[in-house]
Design a protein around this ligand. Structure first.
Ligand SMILES: NC(=O)c1ccc[n+]([C@@H]2O[C@H](COP(=O)([O-])OP(=O)(O)OC[C@H]3O[C@@H](n4cnc5c(N)ncnc54)[C@H](OP(=O)(O)O)[C@@H]3O)[C@@H](O)[C@H]2O)c1
Length: 243
């Protein structure tokens, strides 16, 4: 059975995606920066879904370790899902460089570093699937969230370029823009219930996106239209808005 690698596997979305893919019979590789925290999930997946699950130490911002991390995987994954990310408080990141730098490296540079390695492997074997969890925040910079948003914009552009490069090699690249999701990342925010998805809905959308070879998906359909409206507001008006 094919193997799925989850990068940032302690994330609430990754947990839901891991369970969904295991339920469909995939073997699961859980990678995170504290492997011991992943062991309960590993046991749960193995027992509940009767598939193989393994745990691997992975830090997205330890760029120099990424080659040895990928080389050390006992089985190379057929599908790699890049879930890790970090959302800073924009006001803090405006004045505190280490917070801005962490936001950029956790959402963009780290993803480029590991996915370059995965992409080269998939290009060589002429098969594979790369999924990136990006964000609608990357579609237009807003005053409340532009440091995180610009890192996600970079990540979306990277995935788009990767898709263009790898299409002829038979490699599928899927960009996921979840909209708001109830997870640890957003637990302090007051999110509008109607616009907010559960991690299980993200997992369903990711699975369907892989099966149907989609290029880019929103988890809840109306985000496509919300973002279309936001993107078409003329800049002379947009810059005056409190967003
Ligand atoms: N929640 C939303 O509304 C929303 C919307 C759009 C996009 N997203 C994106 O969805 C993805 C998953 O986020 P989530 O909502 O599920 O939040 P989450 O539960 O807070 O997950 C974030 C994950 O990123 C991991 N991570 C951060 N820095 C890392 C590093 N240097 N190395 C390895 N792992 C690292 C965290 O690991 P630790 O457990 O070790 O901290 C955590 O597992 C993120 O990319 C996020 O930007 C979220």
């Amino acid at each position: 059975m094919p193997t799925v690698l989850l990068l940032g596997a302690t994330s609430d979305m990754a947990v839901a995606i891991a369970r969904k893919m295991a339920a469909k019979g995939f073997s699961i590789q859980l990678a995170g920066r504290n492997a011991s925290r992943l062991q309960p999930l590993q046991s749960d997946i193995t027992v509940r879904f009767n598939v193989s699950a393994s745990v691997h130490e992975f830090d997205a911002v330890d760029f120099n370790s990424h080659n040895s991390f990928f080389n050390s995987l006992p089985i190379k994954p057929d599908i790699t899902i890049c879930v890790f990310g970090y959302m800073s408080d924009n006001e803090v990141a405006r004045t505190n460089w280490s917070e801005a730098e962490r936001t950029i490296s956790s959402n963009f540079t780290g993803a480029v570093s590991i996915l370059n390695i995965v992409a080269n492997h998939y290009a060589q074997q002429k098969a594979g699937v790369i999924v990136g969890i990006s964000s609608v925040a990357g579609e237009r910079g807003r005053q409340s969230n532009y440091i995180y948003g610009s890192a996600k914009a970079g990540f979306s552009a990277y995935l788009s370029g990767l898709r263009n490069r790898l299409f002829r090699e038979g490699v599928h690249v899927l960009t996921v823009k979840p909209g708001f999701v109830y997870t640890k990342m957003t637990e302090d925010l007051k999110l509008p219930a109607l616009l907010t998805a559960q991690p299980d809905q993200v997992a369903d959308a990711v699975y369907q996106g892989i099966i149907n070879k989609k290029n880019s998906i929103y988890v809840k359909w109306f985000w496509r239209w919300i973002m279309l409206i936001i993107k078409t507001i003329p800049e002379f008006m947009f810059k005056k808005m409190k967003l």
